[in-house]
Design a protein around this ligand. Structure first.
Ligand SMILES: N[C@@H](CCC(=O)N[C@@H](CS)C(=O)NCC(=O)O)C(=O)O
Length: 202
């Protein structure tokens, strides 16, 4: 297997943390976004969308989408489960992962696309759109703060892919000006615990 990775990017980080939590390691090939390597024909043959991560299997099969890659790895290495243990837990993890993708990650990333240096010349930028999505992100942070009251983890009584999705999203928010406000105590507590995990810098 070979993982096409981009060190500073959010979605490959999900896979790296997932692997680290499982105690697994896979050879990686770095794709340099600043040098536009992801939009060159050689990489577009791996992923026609020009995005990382991509997992290339030994028979040449290509898997894209961070969550699909993690699901594949979970099926190969079920211990310790990160997508839920029981039918109900699996549904709850899926529920939370989708809620977090749409409510938390999407507005953070959309703000970054419309305001970040990296996207100049790569994607049309509309500052008002950036402001709009940042405001939506902060509303969603308040919602998640309320949801986290009394909970150690987001979706279950243990760490799951839902926590990984959220922590990677908040890391982008931190780097791009959409930080967790300190008055959101539950969210701040949860995030501090996530970034203190030994796998957080994978
Ligand atoms: N839904 C995809 C999103 C992949 C994605 O957007 N990757 C970003 C990095 S976090 C990327 O490759 N960006 C490079 C670019 O578009 O220039 C996934 O979960 O893997």
């Amino acid at each position: 297997m070979l993982l096409y990775d981009m060190t500073s990017a959010m979605n490959p980080r999900r896979v790296r943390i997932f692997l680290a939590e499982k105690g697994l390691s896979i050879p990686t090939c770095q794709v340099d976004g600043l040098k536009h390597e992801n939009t060159q024909p050689a990489f577009l043959e791996k992923n026609s969308l020009g995005k990382v991560p991509v997992l290339e299997l030994d028979d040449g099969t290509l898997l894209t989408e961070s969550i699909a890659i993690c699901r594949y790895l979970e099926a190969l290495h079920p211990q310790r489960p990160l997508f839920g243990r029981t039918a109900l837990e699996q549904a709850q993890v899926e529920m939370w992962t989708r809620r977090l993708e749409f409510e938390i990650v999407m507005p953070i990333i959309t703000n970054f696309r419309h305001t970040g240096q990296y996207w100049i010349g790569r994607s049309p930028q509309e500052p008002l759109c950036g402001e709009y999505y940042q405001a939506r992100a902060f509303e969603a942070f308040e919602w998640l703060d309320r949801e986290l009251a009394g909970k150690e983890f987001i979706a279950a009584d243990h760490y799951t892919i839902a926590d990984i999705v959220a922590q990677c999203g908040f890391l982008v928010g931190k780097a791009t000006g959409t930080r967790i406000p300190p008055e959101l105590k539950e969210l701040t507590r949860w995030y501090s615990a996530m970034v203190a995990r030994p796998t957080a810098r994978a």
